[in-house]
Design a binder for this molecule. Structure first.
Ligand code: TYM
Length: 331
């Protein structure tokens, strides 16, 4: 069971990221930072969820190449293969097998209520059936490892709730088979907003490149993006996400990067310029060592870590999938 002590939750932690482009500041502050920190208190399993990426149309090879880069990013950020398992979803076939049973336990109506499906189905010309059933695969990812806690950003809250619901429904029919997980959504940083459109969350597919800070951006680009961040005209530095989304987002970035809180950060500023400059410096302090470590990791090492991670993940996933097969009593 996930219990929270002063340094974070305990038990088994599992989370995943789609390989759909370079990791950005929102991914880091909302989720990956916690994956790294929780390595001290939890038994962590982290996954590059490549199969999820195929739910929208992809070119051959595109997802594979991005998978290697995402794994390199996670290692550079601080996922430590000695303490955590890092692997690629498609290397462990039990994910798609359990996903079938999760689809069978999911109601059409609850899948239809998923806001991410609504958003993505509006912005894609081809709406695949997989985009609709996507949360069932995500539930399988989590449930295959007897997960206690799922560290994610706020946009994944609904998917983790869905996971709990299908797990409970499955257990009600087949017995106490699946561990029902809890989410961990950080108090600050769970929703980093687009720097140009602070009413939208920061994402890989932003309308303007200036809205998203990528971990591969140069120092000058990071400084430029924060300098050009949209604020407002009243000139007052105050943490108020409702009426001052741009300024509040900058305060949030600064506070999460420094490990402080946005309300007290606001007290130190009377103008937007110095706030933007300090937010840029705080982000650069995080990004610089990560970029350096990234360059030091060669493809062979990353692939070897993933192969070893897949072996370790498969051993656990096989155990749970065998339990599921036994519980449903296949012939
Ligand atoms: P993905 O790949 O979109 O994002 C990875 C993680 O980054 C968080 N995140 C953010 N946090 C704060 N502010 C933002 N602007 C921001 N943008 C993204 C996400 O909340 C997420 O934690 N469906 C998942 C991947 C997934 C998964 C799983 C996660 C598949 N199976 C099992 C957990 C457990 C997704 O698309 O995340």
């Amino acid at each position: 069971m996930a219990t929270e002590n002063q340094s974070g939750p305990s038990g088994r932690a599992f989370s995943g990221i789609q390989p759909t482009g370079t990791i950005h500041l929102g991914n880091y502050l909302g989720a990956i930072k916690n994956w790294v920190d929780f390595q001290d208190t939890t038994d962590g399993i982290y996954c590059v969820v490549d199969l999820h990426a195929f739910s929208v149309p992809r070119e051959p090879g595109e997802v594979g190449a991005a998978t290697l880069e995402a794994a390199r990013d996670l290692l550079a950020i601080g996922i430590d293969p000695e303490r955590s398992i890092l692997f690629v979803q498609s290397d462990v076939r039990q994910h798609t097998e359990l996903a079938w049973f999760m689809q069978c336990s999911a109601a059409f109506g609850e899948l239809r209520r998923m806001t991410q499906f609504k958003d993505k189905s509006e912005s894609n010309d081809f709406v695949s059936a997989a985009l609709f059933t996507y949360p069932a695969l995500q539930a399988a990812d989590i449930l295959l490892y007897d997960t206690d806690v799922v560290p994610v950003g706020d946009d994944q809250r609904q998917h983790v709730e869905f996971t709990r619901d299908v797990a409970q429904r499955f257990n009600a029919t087949y017995g106490d088979v699946l561990v029902v997980p809890e989410h961990y959504i950080p108090p600050a940083g769970a929703r980093i907003m687009d720097l140009q459109h602070p009413e939208n969350k920061m994402s890989k597919s932003a309308v303007s490149e200036l809205g998203t800070i990528f971990f591969t951006d140069s120092e000058s680009d990071i400084i430029k993006k924060l300098k050009k961040a949209v604020t407002d005209n009243d000139g007052e530095v105050r943490f108020d996400p409702e009426s001052k989304p741009g300024v509040s987002n900058l305060l949030n970035v600064l506070a999460v990067a420094k490990g402080t809180d946005p309300v007290s950060e606001a007290e130190g500023y009377s103008q937007y310029g110095p706030l933007k400059a300090d937010a840029a410096e705080a982000v650069l302090e995080i990004v610089r060592p990560i970029q350096k470590r990234r360059q030091e990791l060669d493809d062979g090492d990353v692939r070897a870590i993933l192969a070893d991670g897949a072996d370790r993940a498969r051993a656990k996933a096989t155990e749970v999938m065998d339990r599921v097969r036994g519980a449903v009593q296949l012939l």
